[in-house]
Ligand binder design. Structure first.
Ligand SMILES: Cc1ncc(COP(=O)(O)O)c(C=O)c1O
Length: 303
């Protein structure tokens, strides 16, 4: 059995043993979820779409007025390289998931409003990527609707903050419902996203359309603008699918021919049941599996 644990953690420029004590109890990330993060994959020591992730990290930090120095991106890139090497994940077969977490830093005074500028805490972690459980690829994921609704006007939806209690709550709900993941709807009943992934549907073309559609909730549907989502919208056009970003409903999902979730780390995973009912034929669909293979090939050998 492969060891799937982390051996080191990179904190503010230094590698430390993963199981040491690391952060101040006054760190606002710990106290308030006052921070932002990114998760990404690295194959053969090469992080996938690192530029896109660092750009989103800076955007998320900016949204919370967490100021990052000009050299932050370069330091993080160096930190990732050092960590992958130290954990034996930089070789040609290395397949790692990476998490970059940036909190506002430690502030000794209490209160929500930061009264002083702290030095942001930057943490990088890495883990070997396990093969997805066979039932995720062969059986597909079962989704349950979360009771947590998403507000399209909430500016935080598009920021990847470390305040994730809603998402943890939704995952726990899904587990209680016997599902693999939860799907958020907006307050007006449109599809939003899953707890750590964007959602896509494949459906036959509408009237007059010649090619099937690859449809996903629009950016205004309280979603994180996923890097894999962007990649998929570009890929669709190259394989004869019409990319569509729109306001989709639970009925659209229930009536789709295929559905899948996508994220940087898990890649593309088929969804075969939604609130207890099968989607399409109830098995992973051919477009889903093709998209998964194409994305994994891209991660191995970026174009
Ligand atoms: C809530 C949420 N939506 C979507 C995604 C997918 O984003 P990406 O493709 O950039 O990994 C994630 C990724 O972790 C996420 O947490």
């Amino acid at each position: 059995m492969r060891d799937l644990t982390s051996r080191h953690v990179w904190i503010d420029g230094a590698l430390q043993p993963a199981d040491a004590r690391h952060l101040s109890a006054f760190d606002r990330g710990f106290q308030l979820g006052d921070g932002v993060f990114e998760t990404l994959r690295a194959r053969g020591g090469r992080p996938t779409e690192l530029g896109e992730h660092l750009e989103r990290l800076r955007r998320s930090a900016h949204g919370l007025d967490i100021e990052l120095d000009a050299g932050t991106e370069a330091r993080i890139a160096d930190g990732i390289a050092a960590l992958l090497a130290a954990d034996g994940l930089a070789g040609p077969d290395g397949d790692a998931s990476i998490r970059i977490t940036v909190s506002r830093g430690a502030i000794m005074a209490r209160g929500l409003l930061p009264q002083e500028r702290a030095t942001p805490t930057i943490v990088i972690q890495a883990w070997p990527v396990p093969a997805p459980p066979a039932n995720h690829l062969e059986r597909g994921l079962h989704l349950a609707v979360s009771s947590v609704r998403r507000d399209p006007e909430n500016p935080l939806s598009a920021l990847k903050t470390t305040s994730r209690a809603d998402y943890v709550f939704a995952r726990l709900e899904a587990r209680r419902a016997g599902a693999d993941d939860a799907l958020f709807l907006t307050i007006d009943g449109h599809l939003s996203e899953a707890t750590s992934a964007n959602v896509f549907l494949v459906r036959a073309a509408g009237a007059g359309g010649a090619t099937p559609e690859l449809a996903t909730p629009a950016l205004g549907c309280a979603i994180l603008p996923g890097t894999t989502r962007t990649w998929l919208l570009g890929w669709a056009a190259t394989v004869g699918l019409t990319p569509v970003e729109g306001w989709l409903t639970a009925a659209d999902l229930a009536g789709a021919d295929e559905a899948f979730l996508c994220s940087s780390v898990a890649g593309i995973l088929p969804v075969t049941r939604f609130d207890g009912r099968p989607i399409g034929a109830g098995v992973p669909g051919p477009w889903t599996l093709r998209a998964r293979d194409a994305r994994e090939a891209f991660i191995r050998e970026p174009a």
